[in-house]
Design a protein around this ligand. Structure first.
Ligand code: SF4
Ligand code: SF4
Length: 297
């Protein structure tokens, strides 16, 4: 099972573009002879909402999840950070695979839900919005294509529960797409922008602490009731993080800055410089300071 969709001579992608109401033949079920085969050789890129669901399933922090269940990769030539689902030690099998099947089935990532469909989002040069298309991914080991069940893409999406994933990840996908399509014209984002991208995209617990900090409050003008909602609702916090990333990476200003934000940043930086930094809490505060600096770049 792979989330890669780029064409190669051996690509398993059937080159017929499908819309939501187009039908395709496929059924996966426990009794099928190839059961678990697709999870024995994986290459799955994780989205922010995948991580949120999985870390909550395991009852661990996003940082613990990242350290235990993911591997780093870069999404583009500029080094945009990405995460893939880890495989078992010395194997290509998914770390969540059990003899009974997927060990995290109700919270499995979007890519696992989509399979055997591939999703491709494209934006035409003359259009501000991207369009989604679907393709059947037909791999030799997968016998689900021989089953008689015929369904529309729309029904399959519903059955697999991908809507909530797409809804929450939508703006994040836009950021990736915009970053890719703008290519070198936008230039390489700063290291601090990448750190903010990582924090807002993957480390939701760290991002919550960042948004809750007094330094963030010094820079951004956010209604206390909205901030309270962000602290309580992780999906809302993720979406807010994507807005912040659009602001930092592309200058799309949707989050108001306090009038004296620049002055406060300098003041805070000076205070930190004067203070003797010791211990994890101070390290964290110093890391936050670096991120505040990137917000004004
Ligand atoms: S998360 Fe579950 S469905 Fe996805 S590859 Fe791993 S075992 Fe398979
Ligand atoms: S039918 Fe395809 S998706 Fe289902 S278990 Fe077999 S290989 Fe995996």
């Amino acid at each position: 099972m792979s989330t890669e969709t780029s064409g190669t001579p051996k690509s398993p992608i059937v080159p017929t573009q499908l819309g939501l109401d187009d039908k395709f033949r496929f059924r996966c079920h426990k009794g099928i002879a190839c059961f678990n085969k697709c999870c024995e050789n994986i290459d799955i890129m994780l989205t922010p909402y995948d991580i949120l669901r999985l870390k909550n399933r395991f009852g661990i922090t996003s940082r613990e999840f990242i350290d235990t269940y993911t591997v780093d990769f870069t999404m583009d030539g500029h080094g945009m950070p990405g995460l893939k689902l880890k495989t078992r030690e010395g194997s290509t099998a998914c770390i969540n695979l059990t003899p009974e099947g997927c060990g995290v089935y109700p919270d499995r990532p979007a890519a696992c839900r989509y399979y055997a469909l591939g999703l491709v989002s494209m934006r035409r040069k003359d259009s501000p919005i991207e369009e989604d298309s679907y393709f059947v991914v037909r791999e030799d080991h997968c016998l689900g294509h021989n089953e008689p069940q015929l369904q529309t893409v729309r029904d399959y999406r519903k059955e697999q529960g991908v809507d909530i994933y797409d809804e929450i990840n939508h703006e994040w996908r836009q950021i990736i797409l915009k970053k890719r399509s703008s290519g070198p014209t936008v230039g390489r984002p700063s290291q601090r922008s990448f750190e903010l991208f990582f924090l807002a995209s993957y480390d939701i617990d760290g991002f919550r602490a960042f948004v809750a900090s007094s330094g963030f409050n010094d820079v951004f003008d956010i209604e206390p009731s909205f901030k309270h909602e962000l602290m309580q609702d992780e999906a809302k916090l993720l979406k807010f993080g994507f807005r912040l990333l659009k602001q930092v990476l592309f200058g799309e200003k949707t989050i108001a800055l306090k009038p004296d934000a620049a002055h406060k940043r300098i003041e805070r930086y000076a205070q930190r410089q004067a203070a003797s930094l010791a211990g994890r809490a101070e390290e964290l505060a110093a890391a936050h300071d670096k991120l505040y600096e990137s917000l004004g770049e």
